[in-house]
Every structure is written in C-alpha cells, then in structure tokens.
Design a protein around this ligand. Structure first.
Ligand code: C5P
Length: 222
C-alpha cells in the first residue's frame, strides 16, 4: 500500500482533476482539490458583493465563509455556508473571478492553513492545485508538475464542456491563456514547478496512461 503525499500542480486544462482523482482511487489515498476551495471562496466573495479590487473586502468575505469540502476521491460535493455550490463553482462567473480572488495573499494564507489541516491525518493523500509542491506540502513524497500543449488543453476543456464550435474553442483557449498568465505572474505563490518536481507532459497521452505513469512514480517512492 502507498503511504505518503502526492502533489499534482500545473496549469488549467491538463485534465489534472480527473487524473488526480483516478490516481487517488488507485493508490487508495485521500484526495483534495484545492482549486475547488479557491472557487468556493470566490462564491463567497461574489455573494458578498465585494469589488474584485478590494483585497480587504475579499479577505473578510473569505474569512467569514464556511467552506465545506471532502477528502474522498469519490465525492465532489462542495458547500459554502452549508449551501451546495458543486455545479456553480464550475460556471463562467466563478471561473472569471477566481484568479483575482486567489491572488490575495491573506486569502492564500487562510486556505493553505485549511488545506494542511484537511490532509494532516491522512496516511496517503493526493493534493492538486498550483502551489502544492512549492508551498502547501514542501516535504511531499512525490511532486508532479502536469503539463500539456495549449491546443491540447483547450480541446480537452472543450470536450469536457461539450463544445464543438471552433470560435468557442478559440475563446476557451484565450481564457486558459489569460488564467495561466495571471496565475504564473502573481507575486504570491505563482504557478511554477517545485525544484524537485517530476514534469509529466500529457499532450500525446490518453488519461489512463498519465494516471499509470503517476501511480508508478508514487509506488517507486513509497
Ligand atoms: O484548478 P482550478 O482550475 O479549479 O483552479 C481555479 C483557480 O484557483 C486557478 O486558476 C488559480 O487561480 C486558483 N488556484 C490557486 N492555487 C491552488 C489552486 C487553484 O491559486 N492551489
């Protein structure tokens, strides 16, 4: 059995969440989707009617919100103040606002503390996000940086959303680029591979191949 922590970081649209879930199920590990936590925090900010330039207002809204998330790979349910937001956090309103919310240092401090507490008791866990190997779990057993070519990422996201119109696929590609730039150039915890991360490029791989490679890397280190 695998014991330890696997971190999975990388840009949007690599299929990171579905890969991370599958890896967790194969390893019999717990699972935490930290992007879902930043998205839930964004729901709280939007519902508080706070301006996205108001870092203090954003921090207050996030501090006062009760974000509920499980650490079981088989359940995706996310709540804010006991209201289920599982579908809403994937919508365009939240996706547009999540990068500015997650760039606020105090928001990151609150959520990083919550993330560490959520996984503290797990004998085996897979945690996915942008800064897990660099900031949240610097002593993880295995750190993976998952990438794919931008065109492949836009196509996967389009598939996931059931979009086939080329103009809409181009819009999805533009949105991914915008979010990547925002996430990798922010001052606090920018998206980048940890010095000791293994980079896995999934451009030419089916999901099951990516999953098998990461499971193999994890077992080698367990
Ligand atoms: O992974 P997902 O696309 O759901 O993440 C949504 C957003 O949350 C990212 O674009 C990023 O701005 C933020 N995020 C972050 N740190 C993490 C996970 C997500 O800043 N660990």
């Amino acid at each position: 059995v695998f014991r330890g922590q696997v971190t999975l970081d990388g840009p949007s649209g690599t299929g990171k969440s579905s890969v991370a879930r599958a890896v967790a199920l194969e390893l019999g590990a717990a699972y935490l989707d930290t992007g879902a936590m930043y998205r839930a925090a964004t729901v709280a900010v939007l519902d508080a009617g706070v301006d996205l330039d108001d870092a203090e207002g954003i921090t207050r809204a996030v501090r006062e919100a009760a974000i509920g998330i499980g650490t079981d790979a088989a359940t995706e349910r996310v709540t804010v103040d006991d209201v289920e937001v599982t579908d809403r956090i994937r919508g365009t309103e939240v996706t547009r606002a999540v990068s500015p919310v997650s760039a606020v240092p105090e928001v990151r401090r609150l959520l990083v503390d919550a993330q560490r507490a959520l996984v503290a008791d797990a004998a085996a866990v897979v945690v996915e996000g942008r800064d897990i190997g660099t900031v949240v779990l610097p002593d993880a057993t295995l750190k993976v940086y998952l990438t794919a070519a931008p065109e492949a990422r836009a196509e996967r996201r389009a598939d996931q959303l059931g979009v086939t119109d080329p103009a809409r696929i181009a819009a999805i590609a533009a949105d991914l680029r915008r979010r990547d730039t925002y996430d990798s150039t922010r001052a606090d915890s920018p998206l980048r591979p940890a010095a000791d991360a293994v980079t896995v490029d999934s451009t030419h791989w089916e999901r099951h191949q990516t999953v098998a490679r990461i499971v193999e890397l994890a077992r080698e280190r367990a």
